[in-house]
Design a protein around this ligand. Structure first.
Ligand code: BG6
Length: 505
């Protein structure tokens, strides 16, 4: 990694600087990078939003975000003031005629001051519906023309569906080079998600069993105990499928199922992931109910506290039919995975916050033990815990101590926090630094995003054309709607309780 001093001068312009993402994620991540001296010495942040705000008020709001969400707490006064000096604010509405000169002037001032043409990163932390307009604005201003120096970061969800994602891609690639466009999915910046690649491809132990011969099925769970956290307005136009499945969950699926890449060159890794997406068996419209389940939470209790139902959340329409839970069963039609179900589920206001992948192995082909010995017998299981308590657990059978031959499951555990000291960087820290350095490996290419939309398109269409009659259909604090059990039961499987507990839920 180049040392901060050798990194090229960079201006990061954040559109949507008044929003939640900037406050909770982007600025806390940039602050941590500043603390670790990983940003270029000449680095400036220009926040752009519609609201009139003086720079003092803007910096104060950012500071509150850092105090609440940064991993570098408490905030160090001296470090903060060094960071705050890098930040300026522009009240500007790029959708209004005549907007733009102020941004041009700000870029000009910074570059004059530094005496160089800086690298420019334009971060579009704005709703998908505004992305094309923002990109057209940048193109018109001519501030993002240098393919080597200028980058555009697009937040997910990228489009609302396949046609809108394709249209957005057509517009963006008409204005910018594909190498300038960084489509972000913050799950790819998570340490434990990246560790899936290390686990699979840096160890020769697992690859021989990583296929249909040994693996019975795979479960991917991304459960949240929070509700919509004040983002009801956005969420009610998106839903779980667009917000989580099309991007985060499908990306995890790719990492679990992909073939070994020849190298870690950005396109090599992305090609192997796209291969998986091409191989996912399409869900036929008449079969959607057999392969996908949706849900919406009603009131309930989480962590012992009563919480309102989704329809009572601020910004949500009272009769909303938007799903806050989605589960899928996928098959991957290739040699490695033929016939192995991949179950995916995600939801808000579930019993706990946990993201993990469980790989369930087939039973040993022959059982030589007396039947009494195997009463507690369970197939081998490997659990990749993404959050919290990041780590990997392998469940094996062992002889229980004693004079009789009795088998029981035991766990071999690797916990990140035990094995390594220090707090790992937040996903956004890794990804923002990659953007500044110009490394696109962890970002999504246009074809990846489009393939992911193609996979979920039949479900999206079916769900939108037939509104659910049973919403809300799960209580806040539960594990989702009952119907989700049918997905697994049809194949003779059970959802596992995430965490280390043994029992099916
Ligand atoms: C975001 C979604 O992409 O991911 C949110 O828009 C969700 O709705 C969040 O809460 C979950 O991220 P994490 O890192 O907390 O698992």
């Amino acid at each position: 990694m180049p040392h901060a001093l050798q990194m090229e001068p960079t201006v990061m312009v954040i559109f949507g600087a008044g929003g939640d993402l900037t406050w909770r994620k982007l600025v806390p991540a940039l602050y941590s990078l500043h603390c670790d001296r990983l940003l270029p010495e000449r680095f400036a942040i220009v926040g752009v939003a519609r609201k009139q705000m003086d720079i003092g008020a803007f910096r104060q709001r950012l500071r509150e975000g850092v105090e609440l969400f940064s991993r570098r707490r408490p905030v160090d006064e001296e470090i903060w003031s060094g960071f705050a000096e890098r930040v300026t604010y522009l009240a500007d509405d790029f959708t209004a005629a005549g907007s733009g000169p102020a941004l041009l002037q700000r870029l000009d001032e910074l570059e004059q001051d530094w005496g160089v043409r800086a690298n420019r990163v334009f971060y579009l932390a704005i709703p998908p519906g505004l992305m094309a307009a923002a990109a057209a604005h940048l193109q018109k201003l001519g501030v993002c023309r240098d393919c080597r120096r200028d980058r555009l970061v697009a937040e997910k969800p990228f489009g609302r569906d396949l046609p809108s994602a394709m249209e957005l891609d057509r517009l963006l690639t008409g204005m910018f080079d594909e190498s300038q466009i960084y489509r972000i999915d913050h799950y790819l910046g998570k340490e434990t998600v990246q560790n899936i690649l290390a686990f699979r491809f840096a160890n020769s132990l697992f690859e021989p069993v990583w296929n249909r011969r040994y693996i019975d099925h795979v479960q991917i769970t991304v459960a949240e105990d929070v509700g919509v956290e004040g983002r009801g307005g956005y969420y009610d136009g998106a839903g779980a499928l667009r917000d989580m499945v099309q991007n985060h969950l499908i990306q995890i699926l790719c990492l679990i199922a992909m073939e070994p890449p020849v190298s870690f060159a950005a396109d090599e890794v992305r090609n192997r992931k796209v291969d998986v997406l091409h191989a996912v068996r399409p869900i036929r419209p008449e079969e959607v109910h057999r392969f996908a389940v949706r849900g919406q939470y009603g009131h309930g209790s989480v962590g012992g506290k009563p919480v309102p139902g989704y329809r009572e959340e601020a910004g949500v329409a009272p009769g909303s039919v938007v799903e806050t839970f989605a589960a899928f069963k996928f098959f991957i039609d290739n040699w490695r995975w033929q016939g192995v179900p991949f179950y995916l589920r995600t939801g808000k206001r579930l019993a706990t916050k946990v993201s993990e992948v469980s790989i369930l192995f087939r039973p040993a082909p022959h059982q030589p033990f007396p039947s009494a010995a195997v009463e507690n017998w369970q197939p081998n299981r490997l659990i990749i815990r993404i959050q919290p308590e990041e780590g990997i657990v392998t469940r094996i059978q062992a002889k229980q101590p004693g004079t009789r031959l009795l088998l029981g499951p035991v766990d071999m555990q690797f916990r990140y926090s035990d094995a390594f000291s220090g707090v790992p960087p937040e996903a956004y820290e890794t990804l923002l630094l990659d953007v500044v350095r110009g490394d696109a490996t962890l970002f999504m290419r246009a074809d990846q995003v489009e393939c992911a939309w193609k996979i979920v398109a039949p479900v999206l269409e079916a769900w939108e054309s037939v509104p659910p009659s049973d919403f809300p259909n799960y209580h806040a604090g539960s594990w989702g709607p009952e119907a989700v059990d049918h997905l697994t039961a049809r194949e003779g499987h059970n959802w596992l309780q995430p965490g280390l507990a043994d029992e099916p839920r």
